[in-house]
Design a protein around this ligand. Structure first.
Ligand SMILES: *Cc1c(COP(=O)(O)O)cnc(C)c1O
Length: 389
């Protein structure tokens, strides 16, 4: 059986989530927008219950949750929607070098429309300095977008400080909280977040469902990016994915109930894996802060080992090298680059994403396999092979 340890890319649907979803495909299949019969009412009721559950997980109210097709859409709606609404007031936007492509590419699209984008750097640990964000904000800045936890190195940003600054300056704060949602506490009030992108499939829910939190007080204003029947209070038209939304709600409820026990369990597994690898071989470095980090994330560089080769050698274990999102291009990860990691070490990086269904036995197996295969590859590397005259 292959071992799945790539939970930043996606997670399996929890069987309890699937169970909640199933009736909404065949029995309770109504359109939540149908107001004239019980099929529609039942679907709407289920959607509203899910809305409550997702809202509760982030300290919001149900009316602040807008359903989308996933966090890519949520990021697009937040960034483009806010910029285009406020474009007459100001055309400057601030973000960081390590955002998800859904944010960076949305900002690039806005730049082509005449918006100006300032990209603030991160330090060697993969953390943004809130004071650098403060200095980047200008009188014409309308939006700051800083992710909560990074999908490659798992670093958690000082959003509370950043939120205090954006609130003080009267600038909207968007955060992509896909990776932290359900894994570590997240509260829109504590962070002063105005717009928050969420995705179900990163937290044991189904793929193709997401949400955008849109603050009501003070109200965050957006231009819809998908027009149609005026669903979701006009923010996002389209017939709702009722089974998916029900699954998202159940997933939110489960991760909220289990977070207090699950986070320390994942942290213990992560540290067990890190110790096994770092005690089994030398010149293995951790990318990103170990303290401000998601419990299940481990990102390691193995000097003189090609990450892609290590992935192939570890057949049967699903992990990622470099960046899952850009690995098709074999460019070194832009996140690691922004942290000042050399191209060579970026190419030798492996990301482990430990999740709900991973066990101690799996971690021990993966730790042994990594040490064995990486040691072998390093011995074969021309950079480390003993000189042969
Ligand atoms: C996966 C991911 C996304 C995209 O979410 P989808 O629901 O797959 O579109 C956005 N941001 C981050 C940080 C992610 O990890």
């Amino acid at each position: 059986m292959p071992i799945y340890m790539d939970c930043h890319s996606t997670t399996p649907v929890d069987p309890r989530v699937l169970e909640a979803m199933l009736p909404f495909f065949t029995e309770t299949f109504g359109n939540a927008a149908s107001k004239s019969h019980s099929f529609g009412w039942k679907a709407e009721e289920a959607v509203e219950e899910a809305r409550e559950r997702v809202a509760r997980l982030i300290g919001a109210t149900a009316r602040e949750i807008v359903w989308t097709s996933g966090a890519t859409e949520s990021d697009n709606l937040a960034v483009k929607g806010a910029a285009r609404f406020h474009g007459a007031k100001g055309r400057h936007l601030v973000t960081t070098a390590i955002e998800h492509k859904a944010v960076l590419d949305s900002l690039a699209a806005l730049a082509r429309e005449g918006f100006e984008v300032t990209i603030v750097p991160v330090d060697g640990e993969g953390i943004v300095d809130p004071e650098v964000v403060r200095r980047a904000i200008r009188p014409d800045t309308v939006l700051v977008s800083v992710m909560h936890a990074n999908n490659e190195v798992g670093t958690i940003q000082p959003l509370e400080e950043i939120g205090r600054i954006t609130r003080e300056k009267g600038v909207l704060l968007h955060t992509d909280a896909v990776q932290s949602l359900g894994r570590i506490p997240f509260d829109v009030e504590a962070l002063n977040a105005d717009l928050v992108s969420l995705s179900a499939h990163k937290m044991y829910g189904p793929k193709g469902v997401g949400a955008l939190y849109v603050r009501r007080r003070p109200r965050a204003r957006l231009v819809a990016q998908i027009d149609g029947g005026g669903h979701e209070r006009g923010y996002r038209s389209g017939t709702l994915n009722v089974p998916g939304i029900v699954g998202f709600g159940r997933a939110a409820e489960l991760s909220q109930a289990e977070m207090a026990t699950e986070a320390p369990r994942l942290l213990a597994l992560r540290e067990r894996l890190r110790r096994a690898i770092q005690s089994g071989m030398d010149r293995v470095t951790v990318n990103g802060s170990l303290t401000h980090r998601l419990p299940g994330n481990l990102n390691l560089s193995f000097a003189h080992v090609e990450g892609e080769a290590l992935l192939i050698a570890m057949r049967g274990v699903a992990v990622s090298s470099g960046s899952a999102c850009t690995s098709a291009s074999l460019e070194p990860s832009y996140v690691l680059r922004a942290m000042g990691v050399s191209d060579e070490l970026a190419h030798s990086s492996i990301r482990f994403g430990i999740g709900r269904f991973n066990t101690e036995e799996e971690v021990d197996h993966v730790g042994r396999l990594v040490v064995e295969k990486a040691t072998r590859l390093r011995e074969m590397s021309p950079l480390t092979a003993p000189a042969t005259e």
